[in-house]
Design a protein around this ligand. Structure first.
Ligand code: GLN
Length: 484
């Protein structure tokens, strides 16, 4: 039974045509996942229910479709570790809203996917259960923090996986793995039951094989949720309205970004941009305040580390998670946290706490929030001129493990374009919808392209991405580098 590398729609068609039943699909997928457990991409497998065939509803694309979910997303009665040793025995007593929505859509969760601890990281090397490597080349990173989710979709084991994205944790690994990674507008998918990293930046989203599947998942999971006070109603008929062939789109590319691009990738961007124009769309050069671009990594670190340490104050070994023995509360808490957290988390907590010290709040944290506001205003100005902002999610293919091992975001060397590695964070600052889709392959290693739209313009973003996806498939440049 060949079920690997198929999209949601393709699997749905096969279920409908009775090429196989839901239970056959689910059991085979479970076996396939089990056979890959050595690669660490899952923290745990989730046993499917019995009697799956009775529930099959052929009017619903997600009915009977297996998936894996990032292990910071609660699934009732299931181990939910958030990639941290401190939560390595935590069984979630309830479903996150997104788990509930996917259950209501009749899709079937079969695994909890590895992540960099508490979502902090971008490599897949920092999960407490071990490293996840790039399936196309094991000497390279898969990317993170949603490492296991990206691995599962890139290897074609499941048609989709959930992820979370605080800086770029869905959209960057999507680039490194040649798959689609979609982070909708902030609040579109409830964060209730999702173990946070930094609540004002955290988003729930998906990895899929194509844009159409992302639209299907948007239809199933967007809903206002009163249990999440930042939730919004961003519902629409995304799948139904996905194709809009006569639409003329104004795309924008930031000049200060382009200045730092060169070589083959720059040529390939040029080629696709020319095609966009040939199709009658506009492509506008945008000016973005360079000082604000340069500030992205610092502002991200200041806000996310401060929110991160404050939001995880509850991981003290008392109410849940691992508890180290100690003589009183302070002693237990200190030892549990010392033993339960890894290096990256500890470093980020220390920097975060430094900013939360009352004498530093005004000087550091409040200032970083002001700069965030300026970035948001600058983005709003861009969207007075364009509908879609194009960004490079990466300038290179997935880096070698040895290049990034032991490093963290604050150790980046500034060479005048340091912001480029973190440019996707723009979309976490203002909550705009953002998607990475496959673009080029160099020596069989992919690099994606990233599209963004104004907050709440998810439909336009998905329509533009569908158009780009089709265009990229059509454009075969010399050497056949574009994705097939
Ligand atoms: N790679 C970024 C970091 O190191 C983003 C993480 C995320 O989006 N969760 O924090």
């Amino acid at each position: 039974m060949d079920i690997k590398n198929l999209s949601i729609i393709e699997l749905h068609e096969k279920l409908k045509n009775k090429e196989f039943s839901v239970s056959e699909l689910v059991n085979q997928t479970y076996k396939n996942l089990q056979a890959e457990m050595d690669s660490n991409f899952l923290v745990s497998l989730v046993e499917p229910e019995k009697d799956l065939d009775k529930k099959f509803d052929e009017s619903n694309f997600l009915s009977g479709i297996p998936f894996v979910t990032k292990d910071n997303i609660s699934v009732k009665n299931t181990l939910t570790t958030a990639g941290s040793k401190i939560l390595s025995n935590y069984i979630a007593p309830f479903d996150a809203t997104v788990s509930q929505k996917l259950k209501e859509a009749n899709s079937i969760v079969l695994g909890k996917a590895t992540l960099d601890e508490l979502g902090m990281g971008g490599t897949g090397l920092f999960g407490f259960n071990g490293e996840v490597r790039n399936p196309k080349d094991h000497s390279r990173i898969v990317g993170g923090s949603s490492s296991g989710s990206a691995y599962a979709v890139a290897t074609g084991l499941v048609p989709f996986a959930t992820g979370t994205d605080t800086g770029d944790s869905i959209r960057k690994p999507a680039s490194f793995n040649g798959i689609v990674g979609y982070k909708p507008t902030y609040g579109s998918i409830s964060r209730y039951g999702v173990i946070p990293y930094a609540p004002s930046l955290d988003h729930v989203g998906f990895f899929t094989r194509n844009v159409t599947d992302a639209a299907i998942l948007a239809d199933a999971t967007f809903k206002y949720d009163k249990k999440d006070f930042t939730s919004i109603d961003n519902t629409n008929e995304y799948f139904k309205n996905l194709n809009n062939p006569n639409q003329k789109i104004k795309f924008g590319f930031i000049k200060q970004v382009e200045e730092h691009m060169s070589g083959k990738l720059h040529d390939d961007y040029q080629t696709i941009c020319d095609k966009i124009r040939e199709d009658g769309h506009e492509l506008i050069n945008l000016d973005f305040n360079k000082q604000l671009l340069d500030a992205i990594p610092a502002i991200y670190m200041m806000i996310s580390f401060a929110e991160g340490v404050s939001t995880h104050a509850n991981l003290d070994g008392i109410n849940f998670g691992l508890r180290a023995p100690g003589k009183d509360y302070a002693d237990i808490m200190k030892k549990s946290r010392a033993q339960g957290f890894g290096k990256t988390v500890k470093r980020r907590f220390v920097i975060g706490s430094y900013q939360l010290k009352s004498s530093n709040q005004e000087k550091l944290l409040a200032k970083s929030k002001k700069v965030r506001r300026l970035i948001i205003e600058e983005l709003a100005r861009m969207y007075e001129q364009v509908d879609i902002l194009i960004l490079p999610p990466a300038l290179e293919v997935a880096p070698l493990v040895e290049q990034v091992m032991g490093t963290d975001i604050e150790e980046r060397k500034d060479n005048g374009s340091v912001f480029l590695e973190d440019v996707l964070i723009l979309a976490n600052m203002n909550g705009m919808p953002s998607i990475t889709i496959p673009f080029v392959n160099y020596d069989n290693l992919p690099i994606g392209i990233n599209l963004n739209a104004k907050p709440k313009n998810d439909l336009l973003l998905l329509q533009a991405s569908k158009y780009m996806e089709d265009l990229i498939k059509k454009v075969v440049v010399k050497g056949g580098d574009f994705n097939e």
